[in-house]
Design a protein around this ligand. Structure first.
Ligand SMILES: [Fe+2]
Length: 726
């Protein structure tokens, strides 16, 4: 009996030099004496390869035989140096596609550096040999090879209601490999806040009873994956897409994950659907997501010669996906996992909005001293102030909203109290007599959740998104000083490995495959007329990623910025961005960041517009929809200079990015297409689709961290003082 652990491993196969077949001429439809019959029906997800290293690459398929459901299936792997398979490099290799593994099968083939291999799988049934489509893959060049490297990076490929047209365009590129920065799948079947299923593009769970029912859109219920079966359904469906299949057939992929491989805005094994209404820790669910990812992705498993997934271990130790790759002398690619080992974002969704986090004495004694009156605002002791009048009022409001009134205690923000009082007095019927507003003169000042922009009891706005920048900076730094674990995005072991790998690298370029934006993405609404006073602030658009872990980011940039030639590749935001994030304590410590737009997921600008529409606070601000539409102008504003690190933003498009690396420079070309092209299927019309794509070229040059853009044939440098290309 094999142990469970040994089920979930893959086979290591050493290839020889060109192998001379035993019998006559070999052609594409024979191996030795046997005739091969096209059998892609037995390989419904086709083939894939990934994690190329100088001596190895992983190949993958899934075998399905409708009459043998639940069986382990024998399959053979053939590897050759040519597409016609006249130069095989091994006898056919016997493998088993195990039912316990969803009949996915992987092999790490060990061969020569910088070599293109062709591979296919053969399944025998009733004496007939059915063959998969042919995959092409390539090992990484030798460590010492002085060779250019050309690769693509992509992210965010929502399948529901959307077509992978951008992948059609990517398929005709000449690439060494593809880096996938996460959101390879989305875990929901049709969340109406961002997904619109149609007959051709939908996900259906075989067993919806084992999924999380998130709600209903009309009569149709929508779900999030929870069981292993659910997550497998997602990969089966996504990998059923013909464009994605061809992409995998042509190029090896190096994937990492972001949140949606498990759950939106997740941290560790925690989901965040309920915005603080309940504890959403689910270790079994996270393990199901991890196992399905491991089954379906053609990945090697760092540190394990058999690259086994370990279902017996608990998260996050069941799988280690952070790992590094080298491509000749010039590229060291370091792939991180920013979801498994991290803490929660800093502002809890269920915090009482009025609660004061730091009182006047604490702020005054802190290194930064007492902040100004737009950051630290007046508060009262709710227990005793006005004989407990406001405690009574706020407790009733909390209880009426299903919120725990016991949290209405201690020091409470006067601005928050006065907001609630104004709402009650403006209600119908108004209280009799009206509740007096509190006069803030002479009161002590502190920092409350309300000062961070948390307005409602359970909220994403003011906790994960759209947070007052200046107050958040004070709050997060004080939290970090008290407990560095609050910003430990990588976890101790990964961070030590990450820094050691990058600082110890002898390659020309250190390339970080990074999930979410490093460059700060802020908006400055202080000069915008016609919006409420508490919105006339500077905001972080999201504090669920690096903007929420700014002290840790500064620390890492301080260490990386001094190395030179460090480039981050980013996904997640559904927008193209280019910039040079630096350490706030030392602006000379900077790196270069290239962010790619989504393959198909809702562009950032459209996401903002729908957030504005659905949020109870933002939807009340008449100027908000227009501000959402102007997001690129806001983040690139040259008057407020709110993001001097940011040189380019394009948030209403889809696409991919291609990096061309040499000893002298990295040139990154953004390939973007209007967001509206995603609902038309361009299959068979790739050339037409390609004409719709806009290319923009940027580069950075070895020995510095400057950024250049190609404008009318000339390279212009980004000046972080004037915010111009000069
Ligand atoms: Fe995404």
């Amino acid at each position: 009996m094999l142990s469970r652990r040994s089920f979930l491993r893959a086979t290591v196969v050493t290839l020889g030099a060109a192998f001379v077949p035993g019998c006559g001429d070999d052609t594409s439809n024979t191996t030795g004496n046997r005739t091969l019959v096209k059998g892609s029906g037995y390989f419904p997800q086709s083939v894939a390869s990934g994690d190329p290293r100088p001596k190895s690459v992983v190949v993958w398929t899934r075998v399905v035989d409708g009459e043998k459901a639940g069986w382990d299936l024998d399959v053979e792997l053939e590897v050759a140096l040519d597409v016609a398979f006249t130069k095989p490099v091994s006898e056919p290799i016997k493998l088993q596609a195990l039912a316990a593994y969803d009949n996915c099968v992987k092999a790490r083939i060990v061969g020569e550096p910088g070599t293109t291999y062709y591979y296919r799988f053969v399944y025998e049934r009733d004496g007939i040999h059915y063959v998969s489509r042919v995959g092409r893959t390539k090992t990484a060049p030798d460590e010492d090879a002085d060779v250019p490297v050309r690769f693509a990076f992509v992210s965010c490929q929502d399948f529901v209601g959307r077509y992978y047209n951008t992948l059609l365009a990517l398929e005709i590129e000449d690439l060494d490999f593809i880096v996938h920065l996460g959101d390879y799948i989305y875990e929901t079947t049709g969340d109406p806040s961002f997904q619109t299923p149609d007959d051709a593009r939908k996900v259906v769970f075989r067993d919806p009873a084992s999924a999380i029912e998130l709600g209903a859109s009309g009569d149709v219920k929508f779900y999030a994956a929870k069981s292993l079966d659910n997550y497998r359904d997602l990969y089966r469906t996504y990998r059923g897409d013909p464009a994605l299949q061809v992409l995998h057939e042509k190029f090896p992929m190096i994937p990492t994950w972001d949140d949606h491989e498990f759950s939106n805005d997740c941290w560790g094994a925690n989901a965040t659907y309920l915005s603080g209404r309940a504890n959403e820790l689910d270790v079994a669910r996270r393990k199901a997501a991890n196992q399905a990812w491991f089954e379906y992705q053609p990945v090697d498993y760092a540190g394990d010669p058999d690259f086994a997934y370990d279902p017996a271990a608990d998260v996050p130790n069941d799988i280690r996906i952070y790992r590094d790759f080298t491509f000749g002398k010039h590229v060291h690619l370091v792939v991180t996992d920013l979801r498994s080992h991290r803490p929660d974002h800093l502002i809890p969704e269920d915090a009482f909005p009025g609660a004061v986090l730091f009182d006047e004495a604490t702020l005054t004694a802190s290194p930064g001293g007492l902040p100004g009156p737009t950051i630290a605002t007046p508060y009262v002791d709710i227990e005793t102030y006005a004989g407990g009048l406001y405690k009574n009022v706020l407790s009733q409001v909390a209880t009426a909203s299903g919120y725990d009134a016991a949290k209405v205690t201690g020091n409470v923000s006067v601005d928050y109290i006065n907001l609630i009082v104004a709402q009650l007095n403006g209600g119908d019927p108004p209280p009799d007599p009206p509740i007096p507003a509190i006069d803030a003169a002479g009161l002590p000042r502190g920092l409350s959740y309300f000062d961070l922009n948390k307005v409602s009891f359970y909220a994403q706005i003011g906790t994960r998104y759209f947070v007052h920048k200046d107050a958040f900076d004070v709050f997060s730094t004080l939290r970090y000083a008290a407990d560095p674990k609050t910003q430990d995005v990588m976890g101790e072991a990964q961070e030590a490995w990450f820094l050691e790998t990058l600082t110890g690298s002898t390659k020309t370029w250190k390339v970080w495959a990074n999930e979410f934006n490093i460059v700060p993405v802020q908006v400055d609404l202080r000069q915008i007329a016609g919006i409420p006073a508490n919105v006339q602030r500077r905001f972080y658009m999201g504090v669920e990623g690096w903007d929420g872990f700014r002290d840790k980011r500064n620390e890492l940039l301080g260490k990386l910025g001094g190395l030179g030639n460090v480039v981050a590749l980013t996904g997640d935001l559904h927008t193209f961005m280019v910039g040079t994030p630096w350490a706030e304590q030392d602006p000379t410590k900077k790196i270069v960041e290239f962010m790619t737009g989504a393959v198909s997921s809702t562009p950032f600008r459209d996401e903002l517009s729908s957030q504005v529409k659905s949020d109870p606070v933002l939807s009340q601000i008449p100027a908000a929809p227009l501000l959402a539409l102007q997001i690129d102008d806001l983040v690139l504003d040259t008057e407020t200079k709110v993001n001097p690190h940011l040189a380019h933003a394009e948030s209403n498009t889809h696409g991919y990015a291609i990096a061309e690396v040499s000893a002298a420079e990295i040139v990154v070309t953004l390939h973007a297409v209007s967001g509206k092209e995603v609902t038309t299927n361009y299959a068979g019309r790739t050339a037409e689709f390609v004409t719709k794509m806009q290319k923009t070229r940027f580069k950075t040059v070895a020995g510095g961290s400057d950024l250049f853009k190609e404008i009318e044939g000339a390279w212009k440098r980004w000046d972080t003082t004037t915010l111009m290309w000069t």
